[in-house]
Design a protein around this ligand. Structure first.
Ligand code: MRU
Length: 342
């Protein structure tokens, strides 16, 4: 069954509200950029490629509401629209990449009316390209997954996170479609449980043998030789191959190294940040401590207790066995390979 988390309806955007999954499949329709910005902040739409696509549609929708006829004034107002969208989530490069591309296209329009049309066409193009990239990298990534293997994955990197096949989960789904007998271990992914809520939902739909584990079980499973490889996505990749991904990814990479297990990262080239030479320059989102002290609104810590909520962490390239992109599988030295594919 195909999943369509992002759908352009001609004059508005339809999103599958991921905060309601797996209990309810609720779609929301948004007709302005403020609504899209809130949906991104609140994780109704999430996952690096998906928020890039939603951001692009957000710019297109914001442009339709600008009344200025003069091009300069129009572009100035469009910059405000873009700012609202980029101040939602700081880590995923795809969001900034998509919005920069929309701004660039806007500058080529001769007047306000033409810019409005160009922006809708460009958002649809970005959407289609990201779907195609995720298909290609899933196919390439599946080559690294052996028949009979057990794979550990973290967070959600499937259709929900990409609007296409997926990245890490895309490779897993492709391997299954090739007839490989695989088993997937899914980390629940505290604090917002993208693994338990979203990845398990997708794996169930895809009919793939899978088991949910708590994040802290990964080391024991590896020590018991139950995991053959780890495959995760990325939110931003620096030019030396360091990656930022959902918090907990770094710990999994260290554990994988200790146990001699390959650790793969799958992401489209739109996740690569050509301006950053290493991972320590990647902005890491910090979210509300309430997400740690509460689970779905229910307090699990004493009231007022201090909590930290880093949403991502950085995994250094030395711990990564390969980075899978739609343009090829890259291994050390990552600097050369990443420059080539970008
Ligand atoms: O906070 P989220 O749910 O947006 O985090 C998502 C992830 O960390 C994914 O692993 C990443 O975006 C890659 S998705 C293809």
């Amino acid at each position: 069954m195909s999943i369509e988390p992002i759908k352009w309806l001609g004059d508005k955007l339809r999103l599958l509200d991921q905060t309601r999954l797996p209990g309810e499949e609720i779609y929301i329709e948004l007709s302005d950029h403020q609504g899209i910005a809130s949906a991104i902040t609140e994780l109704k739409i999430r996952g690096a490629p998906a928020i890039g696509i939603a951001g692009a549609y957000g710019v297109a929708l914001g442009a339709q509401k600008i009344n200025s006829k003069a091009k300069d004034e129009f572009l100035e107002k469009l910059r405000d629209v873009s700012k609202t969208l980029t101040t939602t989530r700081p880590t995923a490069k795809n969001l900034f990449w998509a919005i920069e591309r929309m701004q660039k296209v806007a500058r080529t329009g001769k007047d306000a009316e033409e810019i409005k049309e160009l922006l809708i066409a460009e958002a649809k193009k970005i959407h289609a390209e990201e779907v195609e990239s995720s298909r290609k990298l899933s196919q390439l990534g599946s080559e690294l997954i052996w028949d009979g293997s057990s794979i550990l994955t973290h967070c959600n990197t499937g259709a929900l996170a990409t609007s296409g096949y997926g990245t890490a989960l895309g490779a897993i789904k492709w391997a299954k479609e090739q007839g490989k007998k695989i088993k997937v271990y899914v980390t629940e992914t505290r604090p917002l449980l993208q693994g338990a809520r979203l990845t398990c939902w997708e794996l169930k739909k895809a009919n793939i043998t899978s088991v949910l584990i708590t994040d802290s079980m990964a080391g024991y499973l590896m020590s018991q030789k139950k995991i053959d490889c780890v495959i995760v996505g990325a939110d931003r990749i620096a030019l030396n191959g360091d990656i930022a991904n959902k918090v907990g990814t770094y710990s999994l990479a260290v554990l994988a190294k200790e146990h001699g297990i390959p650790f793969y990262v799958a992401a489209p080239t739109t996740t690569v940040d050509p301006n950053l030479s290493s991972g320590d320059q990647i902005p890491i989102e910090q979210r509300s401590p309430d997400e740690v002290t509460h689970i779905q609104g229910i307090a699990i810590a004493p009231e007022g207790f201090e909590a930290l909520n880093y949403a991502f962490d950085v995994t250094p390239h030395q711990l990564i066995s390969a980075i899978i992109t739609e343009r090829g599988i890259i291994r050390e030295p990552y600097g050369e390979g990443l420059k080539e594919v970008c």
